[in-house]
Design a binder for this molecule. Structure first.
Ligand code: 1PR
Length: 612
């Protein structure tokens, strides 16, 4: 019997769904004795190394796990389930690992020797280069464990991690099965020796390529095949190539809310106003409408059906946003939970859920802290949660604790961190990579000769020559409650603040561009890109495939003119975002995800080409 070890954190549901989809049966480990009973054991680890190891020990799983591995029965680990096999991790220096594999897990550096910077965590699709095979003659051209042979097309797998095992040819040649390059760092992306197989990437989130890896391991009866023959010189493998294999990600976004009949629908607005425009009487609305004289909520389809379509069409990620979460949204009876469960049963790429990830209270008065709300979404099949309004409040609080005259949250002392915000508690439990912050900025135009408030001076931009904005100046103010309320904080402050609090990614919307089809707001995106080292998803305004190639084109970023910014890092080199999100063009079938990817490929960008 196959057993799955759930130590109580992260999205294990996706893996369970993948196993079911592949036609296999399993049981959950509920007691340490189950580990001895298992014929096959799979340890999916999402989260952070420290809490994972501590939880394993607390529940009495660590020793049985080591004994199980020593017994020779098949073990597969995923992500933390791979890292746990090493001696320890920089993520939690005082917490020992299982010590099955020599070496320690280190952290990606955002500073490259070339002076370039890369985002940490690595989030996205990268290639896994197979470096060894069996010694048998029969399988000369095939690679075991579900990877395509090197002669076949390149397969991409989904990675989401800040910590990695740097490939050391002396230490890891007998263990490493595949290696992967991120920036200039070559790391171990899967290991195999005897009965032990483990991947740093998430096969359950890697589309068809990932399902093949799972299928290969699940289909093996009893004995594992030992891979011994190296097909690449480990010293050559350790040398980084000119560029890594990370692809640009295309994210399909579904804004979800109840329509006037109470049905949960995918909607789409213009500048966040999701109601149909009515001809007469003429209504002028600025920003989201609360109804009034506007028409019905636009209905662009059923959430799960649309999400499945995008998965099949090759979306690299799918995001669901509950856009009316500013209303009371108790966790109990939360319809987004069952929606997510249904979606996760058939969609095998990462799913993000946003809207209402905050401290809530159930109708019976039971308080539900943000972490508990996130727990429920992860259990339902989410891989990341996206936090909007609460992130703004958290950074405001951080700045107020930092003291007078500190406008840049990065300069706030660590003592200003409360440790109690949703970003902090979720990031601590699940790792930064599981926490996205969704930003809803709106331009604030400045009159001729007018200056922005001192705190927002680094955030002022000028319209580009020849563009419709020529001659204008503005800064980007953050909003909450889906643009309904403006706050005295700008995008740079918010992005830097949430990075300090422990967010792993920024989803950068633009209320001005939302639904406009005019293209992404490059100035906004470059401003935020140059402010943080975490990945940024460009959002709002995509109208055709060229808008995606434009936003991915690396450009020199202007240094931020931040008050008290003395980190001496100098101007960042040319760069661009790693992901772009669109909604309207896909919902209205104005262009397909494949057409976007074809255009990216034509312009020389790396993409994940698999269509399921
Ligand atoms: O504040 O944590 O409860 O989260 C609420 C979430 O709902 C936030 O992520 C916020 O961005 C989102 N939201 C709230 N109101 C709206 C609205 O549209 N009325 N949607 C809304 C945000 C922006 C994108 C959109 C892109 C691309 N929508 O999600 O998909 O702009 O659109 P396009 O390609 O058609 O231009 P909390």
């Amino acid at each position: 019997m196959l057993y799955l070890l759930d130590y109580g954190a992260g999205n294990v549901q996706s893996l369970a769904n993948s196993i079911k989809k592949l036609g296999f049966d399993f049981k959950w480990v509920k007691h340490p004795d189950d580990i001895n009973t298992a014929d096959k054991l799979l340890f999916p680890g999402v989260g952070a190394f420290g809490p994972a190891m501590e939880s394993l020990r607390r529940q009495g799983y660590a020793e049985p796990l080591k004994e199980y591995i020593a017994s020779g029965k098949p073990y597969m680990g995923i992500c933390i389930g791979m890292q746990a096999l090493f001696e320890g991790s920089l993520e939690a220096p005082n917490v020992p690992g299982l010590g099955v594999v020599p070496g320690t897990v280190g952290k990606f550096s955002s500073e490259e020797a070339s002076g370039a910077r890369k985002s940490v965590p690595q989030m996205g699709w990268n290639v896994a280069k197979v470096i060894k095979t069996t010694d048998g003659e029969h399988d000369e051209n095939s690679v075991e464990y579900g990877f395509p042979s090197p002669e076949q097309a390149v397969a991409h797998y989904y990675f989401v991690h800040s910590y990695r095992v740097a490939f050391d040819p002396e230490k890891h040649a007998s263990w490493a099965l595949t290696t992967t390059q991120y920036g200039s760092e070559v790391f171990v992306s899967s290991i195999q020796k005897g009965n032990v197989f483990a991947t740093q990437f998430h096969p359950e989130k890697s589309g068809r390529a990932g399902l093949e890896v799972l299928r290969a391991w699940l289909s093996r009866d009893g004995q594992s095949v030992g891979l011994t023959r190296l097909i690449a010189d480990p010293h050559e493998v350790a040398k980084p190539a000119g560029s890594d294999g990370l692809t640009k990600r295309i994210v399909a976004c579904l804004d979800v809310r109840s329509n006037d009949d109470g049905d949960l629908v995918v909607t789409k607005g213009e500048s966040y106003d999701v109601r149909e425009k009515q001809e007469s009487p003429k209504v002028v609305t600025a920003g989201p409408s609360s109804g009034g004289n506007s028409g019905q909520v636009r209905n662009l389809g059923k959430p799960v059906e649309l999400a499945q379509r995008y998965y099949l069409e090759g979306a690299d990620e799918v995001t669901f946003l509950n856009i009316t979460s500013f209303r009371s949204c108790p966790l109990k009876d939360q319809p987004m939970l069952s929606l997510l469960e249904l979606a996760a049963a058939t969609i095998f790429v990462p799913l993000t859920i946003g809207g209402g990830i905050k401290d809530t209270v159930d109708p019976d008065g039971t308080p539900r802290p943000a972490k508990e709300v996130a727990d429920a979404y992860f259990r339902a099949g989410a891989d990341k949660v996206s936090i909007g309004s609460e992130a703004v409040y958290a950074v405001e609080e951080l700045l107020s604790r930092a003291g007078e005259g500190i406008y840049d949250p990065k300069r706030a002392p660590d003592s200003a961190l409360s440790g109690a915000t949703g970003i902090e508690t979720i990031s601590k439990g699940y790792g930064a990579q599981a926490v996205v912050v969704s930003i809803d900025p709106r331009r604030v135009y400045l009159a001729e000769g007018e200056s922005a408030p001192e705190a927002h001076a680094p955030c002022v931009v000028e319209g580009l020559k020849g563009s419709e904005d020529e001659g204008k100046r503005w800064w980007y103010r953050c909003t909450v409650k889906g643009g309904r309320e403006e706050r005295d904080i700008d995008v740079v402050q918010l992005a830097r603040g949430v990075e300090k609090l422990g967010a792993g990614e920024v989803l950068l919307n633009s209320i001005d561009r939302d639904g406009s089809n005019k293209g992404f707001d490059r100035q906004l995106i470059d401003l935020v890109r140059s402010s943080v080292n975490i990945p940024v998803i460009a959002s709002s305004g995509a109208g055709n495939p060229t808008h995606f190639t434009d936003i991915f084109e690396p450009k020199p970023l202007k240094p931020l003119n931040l008050v008290n910014d003395d980190d001496g890092a100098g101007p960042p080199p040319p760069s661009s975002v790693e992901a772009a999100l669109a909604a309207g063009i896909f919902h209205r079938k104005e262009c397909t995800i494949q057409e976007v990817k074809d255009e990216l490929l034509r312009k020389g960008f790396k993409i994940r080409s698999e269509v399921v």
